[in-house]
Design a protein around this ligand. Structure first.
Ligand SMILES: [Zn+2]
Length: 262
């Protein structure tokens, strides 16, 4: 079963690549087969098998020999790992957002983090978080909270406040920096994340994403020898990664942090 979930994640990763490439281009997400970007040759079915085809083709197109972007296998692998980790580690009913005995709600975290993966890829490529994808993530979060609300209606309020809190925080960063530190898209995404996670994991996610962002940002400045506040590193992937880690491990993370500082 675990292997099946991982393979399913790989397949969804393959689709994530398609969505990240085609969203806002007017191309259909479902119709129109994938093509080589260099020679436009339509790919055969066996060239679309996640990971395996990349390895079998040694990262090159079969007819024109152009290098295939490493993005494809990496996103597929990331998606497989997301599915696998969610399946193994999802906190069942403990303050988390997985509703007990609701099969429809069970799939939502997979959808939510799959969307966050696509958003991260898009943000890395274009330095922007498209509204249509952020909206989809917010919709998944709203469904999760509604499913939770059936069990305990006050959770709707609590999760709603967490979403609003994160949005106000990132919205203020966006407003007062004139969009230099944070985009409005980051604020919108943080709303979806706060709503999905609820207050405590949302705070953990916030800390994690800022720590990771700071480490990578400092590394970038050190390796590029540029003194500027405007670093071309999008924040979306850090938000996504922070949210994922916080969703699965916010309790152990809090314990670890407290032991570190106390
Ligand atoms: Zn080609």
């Amino acid at each position: 079963m675990t292997i099946f979930v991982f393979l399913l994640g790989l397949i969804f990763g393959s689709f994530a690549n398609v969505v990240a490439l085609r969203v806002n281009t007017g191309e259909s997400l479902i119709f129109g087969g994938s093509r080589c970007f260099s020679c436009s040759r339509r790919l055969r079915w066996f060239e679309l098998v996640p990971l395996v085809s990349y390895i079998a083709l040694r990262g090159r197109c079969r007819s024109c020999n152009a290098a295939i972007s490493l993005q494809y296998p990496l996103v597929e692998l990331a998606s497989g790992c997301i599915f696998l980790l969610l399946f193994v580690f999802t906190p069942r009913g403990v303050l988390g957002v997985l509703p007990r005995g609701l099969p429809s709600g069970f799939l939502l975290p997979f959808v939510f983090f799959w969307l966050l993966l696509i958003l991260s890829v898009y943000d890395l490529r274009h330095q922007i978080l498209p509204d249509v994808l952020v909206g989809a993530a917010a919709a998944a979060a709203i469904l999760v909270v509604m499913a939770e609300g059936i069990r305990d209606p006050k959770l709707i309020l609590v999760h709603g406040l967490a979403g609003a809190g994160l949005f106000l925080f990132f919205g203020a960063l966006w407003f007062f920096s004139g969009g230099r530190w944070m985009g409005l898209g980051d604020a919108k995404l943080s709303f979806a994340i706060g709503l999905f996670l609820g207050p405590v994991p949302a705070l953990v996610a916030l800390f994690l994403s800022f720590w990771m962002g700071a480490v990578v940002g400092i590394g970038w400045v050190l390796t590029h020898r540029i003194r500027t506040l405007k670093i071309p590193i999008p924040f979306g992937p850090f938000l996504a990664l922070g949210a994922f880690a916080a969703y699965l491990w916010y309790l152990p993370l809090i314990e670890w942090y407290l032991r570190l500082v106390v």
